[in-house]
Design a protein. Structure first.
Length: 449
C-alpha cells in the first residue's frame, strides 16, 4: 500500500501494488542453475559437439591434452578412492560384513544376467525384422581417428582397481573381528581427505573433461564408418540401456518404498557424468552424491557405490549381448540357444573382472566371444569398434543402476552399519589398545564423515 496525491491534495491509500522486481526473484533460480553439476555437464556435452564443427585442430588438441592428463590422474586416483570408501564402510558393517558383501554382489550379478537375458529376448524378437543382409566387418578403430595430445604425463596408480577392491575387503572384514581404534581413525580420516579431493578438484573439472571428450568425438574421422555399418543395432542398444534402467528403478522403488521416477531424476547427474567420462570408476564421486540425494544411508552408499562400480555392468552386458547376437544372426553362425545362455552366465562373471574404465568390459569379453561364440578377428574388431562408439551409454546405465542397487541394500542395511559398530564399546577399545581414558564417551561407535 502506498500514497498518491488527489485534486484535493489529500493523501489517500492506493490499493495498487508497486511494480514487482523480477530480477531479485530470478536471482536464486539463476544461482541454483549455475551451481548445478547437471547443468554444466549437459552444457559441456552440447558445447563439445558444437565446437567440433568449427574448432581448428591446434585448439582442439589443447583440450585433448588436458583430457589425457586428467584421465591419467583419474587412473592414479580412482584405486585410492575405492579403497578409501569401501574399507571403512566394510569395517563399519561389523560381523555382518560377509552377509552384506554377498547380498550386494548377488544383486549386482543378478541384475547383469537379467540384462543379458532381456537383450537375448529382444534380439530373438527384433533381429529377423531389422537385419537381413551381410555384415560389413571391415571397420576402422574409432580411437585411432581421434586427435592426439601435445604431450602426456604418465601417472601410475599405487595399485590396480581390483587390488584396491580386494585390499579394502581384506582389511575391512578383518577389522570387524579385531577391534582397532587407531585403524578406524586412520581410515575415517583418509576417507575425509579423499572426499575433499573429490569435491574440490575432481568434480569441478569433470565438465571440462566431458567437453574435451565430445569435442574429440565430433572431430573423429572414423566415427561415421562404424555408425554406418552398425547403425540400427547401435540405436537399439541405446534404447535398451534406457529400458533396463527403468526396469531397475521400478523394482528398486517397489522394494524400497520410494518413487522410482523421483529416484531416477536424482541420479541424472551421475548418468550424464558417466555419459561424458565413459568410466564407472571415474564417476564414483558423482554417483555417491546422487545416491545420497535418494536418502540412502551414507555408510551404505560408501559401501555399495564403489563396489558396484567394479562389479555391476548391466548396461555393458546389454550392449555386448545385442552386438554379439547381431553378428551371430547376420553372419549365420551356428550357435545354439544353450551356448548363448552359457555365454551370458560366464560373461556376467567376466564383467566383475572389468576394471570400470573406458572399454574395460568389451576387452574382458573378447576371450568368451572367440571361445564360446566362434568369433574371428574381424568380428571381434567390429565388436570393439561398435562398443567404443557408444561406450558411454552403457557406462551411464551401469552407474545409474548402481543407485538402484543402493536403494535395495539400504532398505535392509540402513542403520545397521552403525548399530554393528556400536557393539564395540569404549571398554573393548581400551582393552584392545591399552590406552584407557583416551576415548571420549561414545567415540569409536560412529563413522566420521
Amino acid at each position: 500500500m502506498y500514497w498518491v496525491p488527489t485534486k484535493y491534495s489529500v493523501r489517500v491509500p492506493s490499493t495498487v501494488a508497486p511494480p514487482a522486481r523480477p530480477v531479485k526473484v530470478l536471482e536464486p533460480m539463476k544461482s541454483k542453475l549455475l551451481n548445478s553439476l547437471l547443468f554444466w555437464i549437459v552444457l559441456a556435452i552440447i558445447g563439445g559437439y558444437l565446437c567440433s564443427l568449427f574448432f581448428p585442430v591446434w585448439l582442439a588438441r589443447v583440450f585433448v591434452t588436458f583430457n589425457g592428463l586428467f584421465s591419467n590422474f583419474l587412473g592414479f586416483f580412482v584405486p585410492v578412492l575405492i579403497f578409501a570408501l569401501i574399507a571403512p564402510a566394510i569395517a563399519g558393517l561389523g560381523q555382518g560384513a560377509g552377509k552384506w558383501l554377498g547380498a550386494t554382489a548377488g544383486i549386482a550379478y543378478g541384475s547383469t544376467i537379467i540384462s543379458g537375458l532381456i537383450a537375448f529376448g529382444t534380439a530373438k524378437l527384433l533381429y529377423p525384422l531389422m537385419l537381413n543382409g551381410g555384415l560389413v566387418t571391415d571397420v576402422a578403430d574409432p580411437e585411432e581417428g581421434g586427435l592426439s595430445p601435445y604431450f602426456t604425463v604418465e601417472m601410475p596408480a599405487p595399485f590396480a582397481v581390483m587390488s584396491a577392491l580386494l585390499l579394502a575387503f581384506v582389511i575391512g572384514v578383518a577389522m570387524t573381528a579385531v577391534p582397532s581404534r587407531a585403524m578406524k581413525q586412520v581410515l575415517d580420516e583418509l576417507n575425509g581427505v579423499i572426499l575433499k579431493v573429490v569435491t574440490s578438484f575432481v568434480i569441478p573439472l569433470l565438465p571440462l573433461y566431458i567437453f574435451g571428450t565430445f569435442l574429440n568425438l565430433g572431430m573423429n574421422e572414423n566415427f561415421g564408418s562404424t555408425i554406418a555399418a552398425f547403425g540400427k543395432v547401435l540405436l537399439l542398444s541405446i534404447v535398451m540401456t534406457l529400458v533396463i534402467i527403468l526396469i531397475q528403478y521400478l523394482v528398486a522403488g517397489a522394494i524400497a518404498g520410494r518413487n522410482p521416477f523421483t529416484a531416477l531424476k536424482n541420479m541424472l547427474p551421475a548418468y550424464f557424468t558417466a555419459l561424458g567420462t565413459s568410466s564407472s570408476a571415474a564417476t564414483i564421486p558423482v554417483t555417491y552424491e546422487s545416491t545420497l540425494k535418494n536418502k540412502v544411508d551414507e555408510d551404505v552408499a560408501g559401501f555399495v557405490v564403489p563396489l558396484c562400480a567394479t562389479i555391476h555392468l548391466s548396461g555393458s552386458m546389454m550392449k555386448i549381448t545385442l552386438y554379439a547376437l547381431a553378428i551371430v544372426f547376420m553372419d549365420n553362425l551356428d550357435v545354439s540357444n544353450g551356448q548363448i545362455i552359457g555365454f551370458l552366465l560366464l560373461l556376467g562373471i567376466m564383467m566383475i573382472a572389468a576394471p570400470g574404465v573406458p572399454g574395460g568390459a568389451i576387452m574382458a569379453a573378447v576371450g568368451l566371444l572367440q571361445s564360446n561364440l566362434g568369433f574371428d578377428d574381424s568380428m571381434v574388431s567390429l565388436m570393439i569398434a561398435a562398443y567404443i562408439v557408444v561406450d558411454s551409454f552403457g557406462t551411464a546405465a551401469n552407474v545409474t543402476g548402481d543407485g538402484a542397487i543402493a536403494l535395495i541394500v539400504n532398505k535392509f542395511a540402513a542403520g545397521k552399519i552403525k548399530g554393528d559398530v556400536s557393539r564395540e564399546t569404549d571398554a573393548e577399545l581400551v582393552a584392545a589398545d591399552g590406552a584407557p581414558g583416551d576415548i571420549a564417551p561414545g567415540e569409536g561407535s560412529t563413522v566420521v564423515r
